[in-house]
Design a binder for this molecule. Structure first.
Ligand code: ZN
Length: 204
């Protein structure tokens, strides 16, 4: 396989990118200057060297000295009685952009395909349970499941809430879900601020 085909294969593995688009990316890169390609390579390297995972919410964030937690988790003005559980970093970013949630987050790191037998390999269930146990002692009152309004999102929600129920009952924590102002089939990633605001307001 030559260099073009190798890179086409790589880009085809990106979410939402088909082989034709992948090929367009590769020919675009071929036409760029050495300086451009050098910068591109450096920026990819920086994803490995400059980004780390928040010890608390598990989102990726730019390293900041020896800080173990991200700026949201470190922000004392956030409402620590509410924890919003999302599938991906991109969902968290979209909700933050909407400005309609002042609580804290947890990123599962994915979703569970329907009927998957090993959900703990797909999402950070153990980390979530550990965080809830810790936060329960510090005033956590509500866990909101902010998952996609599609089959995978619903299935993930069932798994997560089933795992959380014993802890939630023990500590008197309410488990709620985003209101389905998110029309079904909607991914949180593509929801506009108004829809997110309503989904949060109408949570149940
Ligand atoms: Zn964090």
């Amino acid at each position: 396989m030559n260099a073009i085909e190798k890179l086409v294969r790589k880009f085809s593995e990106f979410p939402g990118i088909g082989p034709k688009q992948a090929r367009r990316f590769v020919y675009f890169l071929i036409r760029q200057s050495d300086a451009y390609v050098g910068e591109f390579k450096r920026e990819i390297d920086e994803l490995r060297s400059d980004i780390t995972v928040c010890a608390e919410c598990k989102r990726y964030f730019a390293k900041n000295g020896a800080a173990k937690i991200c700026n949201i988790c470190a922000d004392g003005s956030r409402d620590r009685t509410a924890l919003l559980v999302v599938s991906r970093d991109i969902d968290l970013e979209n909700i933050e952009k909407s400005g309609s949630f002042a609580g804290t987050y947890f990123v599962l790191g994915g979703a569970v395909p329907v009927l998957d037998k090993e959900p703990e390999k797909r999402i950070r269930l153990k980390d979530l349970l550990a965080l809830v146990e810790k936060r329960a002692a510090n005033g956590l009152r509500e866990i909101i499941l902010g998952l996609d309004a599609n089959a995978e999102g619903e299935y993930t929600g069932e798994i997560v809430s089933r795992s959380l129920v014993p802890l939630a009952e023990k500590h008197g924590i309410k488990i709620s879900e985003l209101g389905r102002g998110l029309s079904s089939g909607t991914e949180l990633e593509y929801s506009d601020p108004e829809t997110i605001k309503n989904a949060l307001k109408n949570r149940q």
